[in-house]
Design a protein. Structure first.
Length: 318
């Protein structure tokens, strides 16, 4: 997949290193993901991040970013997924939620999130000291051990649906999330960049406030303003639909105006049909900026989009 991406002219590879409190690399901080071991916290069978870094090192024009899901604690899509949260093998660190079950978000009555639930994950608090310490340690070991251009933050928000931080009584939870972004930024090497995925709902009002703040506790535009992140990737994966609330052009345009042309990647969802992708790419060519962010390599593979990506790279000057 990396070979196909490089052949298509991709310049930046976002490689997932942390999915749900686990590690998709050889970590001393978090348990190995079942995707690279026989079980959660088992002996890693391989290190995909190291392999991608090695492949990328053969090229001068390719950068690797470690993509970490920040506040997604554990998959909660089914009972089977929930039972996978188990103690690690001897000598490996246990999962964050086994060490700090009190770090889980709670509902309005103070009940912690259950597993399974309808938010995809059991989510954790951005203010819990154990959560903060682990994310700082993860940032340290990724920055120190791998030849990275930087770190990419995803799930750096609340899940929506009224969930609350069990340790912070503030009515402005986005301030706690912003503080966590700052803590991660402070751990990076000077030559590393920090990027972030943003929910696309920055134009909608909910309960008297903006949805990205009230529902998701995410103040990503402010992160750019404060210099905490170098650029953002809005998760606008909808089609062009003028007049509709989720119109791709309007939502991407709002992010671009708020953050600046050189701070906002133009998102393209590789699962859209080829005609719609072509329309979005024509618009992207008319926008100045830092480039196109494709989601995702898996979708590009499944929908055979590598040739499309290569053509776009040629037209945009990669």
């Amino acid at each position: 997949m990396v070979t196909k991406a490089l052949g298509a002219g991709v310049t930046d590879l976002l490689v997932q290193a942390r999915g749900a409190g686990d590690a998709l690399y050889r970590s001393d901080v978090a348990p190995a993901s079942p995707n690279i071991a026989d079980r959660l916290g088992g002996e890693p069978l391989w290190d995909p991040l190291a392999e991608v870094c090695e492949l990328a090192s053969m090229r001068d024009d390719v950068r690797v970013h470690a993509w970490i899901n920040v506040l997604s604690g554990w998959p909660a899509t089914s009972p089977d997924a929930c039972t996978g949260l188990e103690p690690s093998a001897p000598g490996s660190p246990d999962h964050l939620l086994l060490r700090h079950p009190e770090a889980v978000l709670v509902d309005a009555s103070g009940r912690p999130m259950s597993c399974p639930n309808d938010t995809d994950y059991v989510w954790v608090s951005p203010t819990h000291p154990g959560v903060v310490r682990e994310l700082e340690a993860v940032t340290d070991e990724l920055s120190d051990r791998y030849a990275l251009a930087g770190i990419h933050l995803d799930r750096i928000r609340f899940p929506g649906g009224g969930w609350r931080d069990p340790h912070d009584g503030s009515t402005r939870p986005w301030e706690a999330v912003t503080a966590l972004v700052g803590r991660i930024r402070d751990r990076l090497h000077d030559d590393h960049v920090l990027t972030a995925s943003l929910v696309p709902d920055y134009g909608r009002a909910v309960n008297g406030g903006r949805e990205h703040l009230v529902e998701f506790a995410q103040d990503g535009w402010r992160w750019v303003e404060l210099g905490l992140v170098d650029s953002v990737m809005p998760m606008v994966y909808s089609p062009i639909a003028p007049g509709e609330p989720d119109d791709w052009g309007r939502l991407v345009g709002e992010h671009r105006r708020a953050t600046g042309e050189t701070r906002c990647w133009t998102p393209i969802f590789a699962g859209l049909d080829a005609t719609m992708i072509a329309q979005q790419l024509r618009q992207a060519r008319n926008w100045a900026g830092i480039g196109v962010a494709w989601y995702s390599a898996g979708l590009a593979e499944r929908h055979e989009r590598w040739d499309v990506i290569r053509r776009v790279g040629d037209e945009l000057g990669r």
